[in-house]
Every structure is written in structure tokens, then in C-alpha cells.
Write a protein that binds this ligand. Structure first.
Ligand code: NOJ
Length: 515
């Protein structure tokens, strides 16, 4: 497998707007991230995924790219980004940029050309119908904006026209098959963009909406998979070590067929991942598994997770996240103890874990007015809370100039305060990551075995190599039929003890034994 380092990788996701502002203009920047690399390393993360940092009108926080090869001025210069890459590597770490291959900004030069009446090299770079009156059946489209007589398909917001990778099932005259020269040109252009950034020094990409490329695709997305195999092949010829994680939520396609090494288990309402920490609605109901009083069993998660895990465990990594820039922060509804148990689970499971900046201190979610297309996501994108100085140490700018307001509540968590408290969430994460780094069983990813997951208890247990993890998220002591007699207890939140051939777990405990 390419990028062997992924086996022991732990990622830290950085939303560049909000992590650290080095030049005091109120928005985060490359130099700010560079200045905090030792913090990330000390926490125990050895890899970074940074959200888009390219030139953009920022109508979707940078997921609307205006120029793939230019960095957004607000984050600094290309030299500063390259220095960030160098400093990452000097610490034995790796960094992924965010690749947005499915669409560009409507302000991209390709799109300006594509919208012209006269045919040119870019006319088919995007997907246009043959007439302004012709609608794209079942696909979102825009008409009336350009001089060209046609409607164009969008991929997400209106400002994001879809790039043309073709249609698996061609039904209209204007739809191109995926091997049409215009669609192959799109592939080549995006592969070029990838090579450009790999040459500049990044280690790979998190790929936005990786499943969205081919339209009228089938259930397995076989058209999109074929396109990815080709593009990844093109890039790996020159950069064989490229690391790639897809935003797909289907590892069987993404890893098994398209050629990604990692795929996220994304937070989609009602799915197995969502039930762990975000199973609530606005009536006040909260059945999230890690809530102390939840009625849920871990089987709700496992029945969705395990078949997919089994299908890809020899080929790549099915990745669990604490959250990301699109989710509500986990601390919205979970308290510190509940978060500790959830993180202990996420950080001891197979796959490469991803920690969203600030989740390690339990940064909170607040309902805020939308910023750059964030809407309900905006509250998860606020400035990192470093210390108790002005703007929580994020920026020296006047508070009115900040990208988003900081959390000014009296008890807002900060890195500084949590570093000092031995039992803080920060120190729990750090301890778990140290353990993950020290035990070879965590570097294998095909070794998960469920030992106990019954409907009678909320507790469950699993094994990885010589390690046994036991978790009781409930408010009562519970006994699991797992024999840990003679095993060494190497980690505990709360407590557990062997009793004959069983293990008694106190309320809200997570315990690890080494056989
Ligand atoms: C997924 C990204 O994570 C999200 O933030 C963005 O708005 C959409 N893709 C569109 O690119």
C-alpha cells in the first residue's frame, strides 16, 4: 500500500480561517498554523488535513475554488504554505490539502470561458444543456446567467457549477459518455492540479464530494470509480506515495473500487455514526449512544459499521472522526465525561482517526449567523480557544474584526486551562493517543473482534490483538462476560475489575487490558 505511514497516522483537521492568526488581521493563516505545529504534535497527532486554502470568493468557505493553483491571500503566500509543508515534515508529520474536483467557483476562468457563446477549449469543461429552455432532468441546474444558450448543472450551491466527467447512462444529446475527450480533459486537468500541489510539498488530499463526479451513475458509482482509478493512476505514476481520503461514506466503493486508501464514516442523520454522538432533535430528545441515559445499544452502530469494515480492512482505512467543519460539535450535547468515553472509543478503533480542531478541549457549538455559506455549520467553525488572553489567544485583532466571534462564556474551555488539569478532556485525548502510539496492536487495522455487544446491557467490549477494550456508557455498574483475569489494566476512565470470568464495569467507564 502507498503511504505506509497511514497505519500509525492520527489526523488533526484544521479550518484555516479559525486556527491561529499570526498577522493580527482577525483571520487564521499559514504562519499561525506553522507556529502551532508543536502543539499538534504534543497532543499526539502526526498528520494534518487543512480545509481549502485556495483563491476563492468564499461563498462556500473556500469550497468554491476560483484558481486551483493560487493560495488565498488572506492565509498568506505560497512561500509561507511551502514553509508550513517543510515544518510539518521536519517534525516527521504529514499534511493533506483539500481537493475540490467536482465543481469550481462560478468565478473560475474555465467557467467564464465555458459560458461564452463562441465555442472554445472550455465549452465542455462544465455540463450544459443545449438550450436555455432545456432542463436537466432531476439534476439541479441554473439558466439565464451567461451568454451561452444553455443551462448548466451545479454540484452544491448555485455558485458551484459541476465539472464535466460525463454520464454513465447517457440519455440526452448534450450528455457526454465518461470517455468523451472533453471528460478526459477534465480528468487530466484535475490530475494536473494534484501534481502541482504534490510538487509543492503536500502529501496528498482529502477529496471533497469524491462520489459526485459522474452523473447518472449507478448504485455502486461504477462510473465515478472508473474515473478515480484513472486519475489516481495518473498521479501515482509520478507521486506513488500520495495519500488520499475520500468524502464518500461508502468504503466499499471508495477503497474497494475507486482506489482511495481512506474513507470517512460521515455524519448523516440516522446512520450508525450519527447515533453515537448526535442522535437528537429539536424536541429535546437525545438518544445518542454516549449519553449516560440513552436507551441505545452499540449494535445500532456495529450493524452498519462491521460489514463495511470487514469488506475493506485489508485494503484501507474506514475512518472515524470526532467531528468536522460540517457537523455540530460533539460537545453540543455531550458533557465532559461522555466525551471522554466517546473519544476513547473513536481513538481505539481501527482506521485512521480524525480530530477536528478544538474537539480535544470540547469546544462548544453555538447558533451563529451564517458566514461564507456556513449556515448551521457556522457554530462549529469559531476561533480556537488557546488561552484566557484577548480573543482566547487566537488573534491580536480588535474583537470586532474577527472572522467569527470567540466563545466568550465564563467557562469557555481553553488549551491553557486544560493542559494544567490532569483529568481534562485534553489530557484524556493526549493519554489515549500516547497509548495508541505505544501499542503495536493499534497499528494493525484488520484485528477488530467484538467480544461482547448484547441487548441486555449498554456495555460492550472489543479486542485488537493483545488489547481488550471495555466500555460502559450507562449510569449503572454493569457486568460483561469477558475474562480479563490475569490481564494487565493499562488504561481507565472510571474503573473496572475482573470478577471470576467476567468483568465488572462501573458507571461511565472505559477500561483497557493487555493480555
Ligand atoms: C463538502 C464539504 O465538506 C462542505 O463543507 C462543502 O460545503 C461541500 N462539500 C461542497 O463543496
Amino acid at each position: 500500500m502507498a503511504a505506509e505511514w497511514l497505519k500509525t497516522a492520527v489526523f488533526y483537521e484544521i479550518y484555516p480561517q479559525s486556527f491561529m492568526d499570526a498577522n493580527g488581521d482577525g483571520i487564521g493563516d499559514f504562519n499561525g498554523i506553522t507556529a502551532k505545529l508543536d502543539y499538534i504534535r504534543e497532543l499526539g497527532c502526526n498528520a494534518i488535513w487543512m480545509n481549502p486554502c485556495y483563491d476563492s470568493p468564499f461563498r462556500d468557505a473556500g469550497y468554491d475554488v476560483r484558481d486551483y493553483r493560487k493560495v488565498a491571500e488572506r492565509y498568506g503566500t505560497i512561500e509561507e504554505l511551502k514553509e508550513l509543508f517543510r515544518q510539518v515534515h521536519a517534525r516527521g508529520m504529514h499534511i493533506l490539502l483539500d481537493l475540490v474536483p467536482g465543481h469550481t467557483s462560478e468565478e473560475h476562468a474555465w467557467f467564464a470561458e465555458s459560458g461564452k457563446e463562441e465555442r472554445n477549449e472550455y465549452s465542455d469543461r462544465y455540463i450544459w444543456t443545449d438550450s436555455w429552455m432545456e432542463r436537466a432532468d432531476g439534476i439541479a441546474y441554473v439558466a439565464g446567467e451567461r451568454e451561452r444558450n444553455g443551462a448548466y448543472i451545479i454540484n452544491f450551491f448555485k455558485c458551484q457549477p459541476a465539472l464535466n466527467y460525463g454520464f454513465l447512462h447517457v440519455k440526452e444529446r448534450w450528455q457526454k459518455p465518461i470517455d468523451h475527450p472533453a471528460c478526459l480533459a477534465t480528468r487530466a486537468a484535475i490530475a494536473d492540479v494534484m501534481r502541482y500541489w504534490l510538487a509543492a510539498g503536500c502529501d496528498g488530499f482529502r477529496v471533497d464530494m469524491a462520489d459526485s463526479l459522474v452523473k447518472n451513475d449507478d448504485g455502486h458509482k461504477s462510473g465515478t470509480c472508473e474515473v478515480w482509478r484513472d486519475m489516481i493512476g495518473q498521479v501515482r505514476r509520478d507521486y506513488p506515495e500520495t495519500a488520499l481520503v475520500s468524502e464518500w461514506n461508502d468504503p466499499v466503493s471508495a477503497i474497494g473500487r475507486a482506489g482511495f486508501q481512506m474513507d470517512f464514516f460521515l455524519d448523516w442523520t440516522g446512520n450508525g455514526y450519527n447515533l453515537l454522538m448526535r442522535d437528537y432533535d429539536d424536541t429535546g430528545r437525545d438518544d445518542s449512544f454516549f449519553k449516560k441515559d440513552s436507551p441505545r445499544h452499540i449494535t445500532d452502530f456495529l450493524q452498519e459499521y462491521l460489514p463495511k469494515y470487514e469488506a475493506v480492512k485489508d485494503k484501507g482505512f474506514y475512518c472515524l472522526i470526532t467531528g468536522n467543519h460540517d457537523t455540530v460539535r460533539a460537545a453540543y450535547n455531550l458533557d465532559e465525561r461522555e466525551l471522554k468515553l466517546a473519544y476513547a472509543f473513536l481513538l481505539t478503533m481501527p482506521g485512521v482517526p480524525y480530530i477536528y480542531y478544538g474537539d480535544e478541549i470540547g469546544m462548544r457549538y453555538r447558533a451563529l449567523s451564517t458566514k461564507e455559506g456556513g449556515y448551521t455549520r457556522t457554530g462549529s467553525r469559531t476561533p480556537m480557544q488557546w488561552d484566557s488572553s484577548v480573543n482566547h489567544g487566537f488573534s491580536k485583532a480588535d474583537p470586532s474584526k474577527l472572522y467569527l466571534p470567540t466563545d466568550n462564556s465564563e467557562d469557555a474551555p481553553t488549551v491553557e486551562a486544560q493542559m494544567k488539569r490532569p483529568d481534562s478532556l485534553y489530557n484524556t485525548v493526549k493519554g489515549l493517543l500516547r497509548l495508541r502510539g505505544e501499542n503495536g496492536a493499534f497499528a494493525r487495522h484488520d484485528n477488530l473482534r467484538i467480544l461482547a455487544a448484547q441487548e441486555q446491557t449498554r456495555s460492550f467490549a472489543y479486542e485488537r490483538g493483545d488489547l481488550i477494550m471495555l466500555c460502559n456508557p450507562s449510569g449503572r455498574s454493569e457486568t460483561l462476560p469477558v475474562d480479563v483475569s490475569g490481564a494487565e489494566r493499562i488504561y481507565a476512565v472510571g474503573s473496572g475489575r475482573p470478577e471470576g470470568r467476567a468483568c465488572v464495569l462501573e458507571a461511565q467507564s472505559f477500561v483497557i487490558y493487555r493480555k
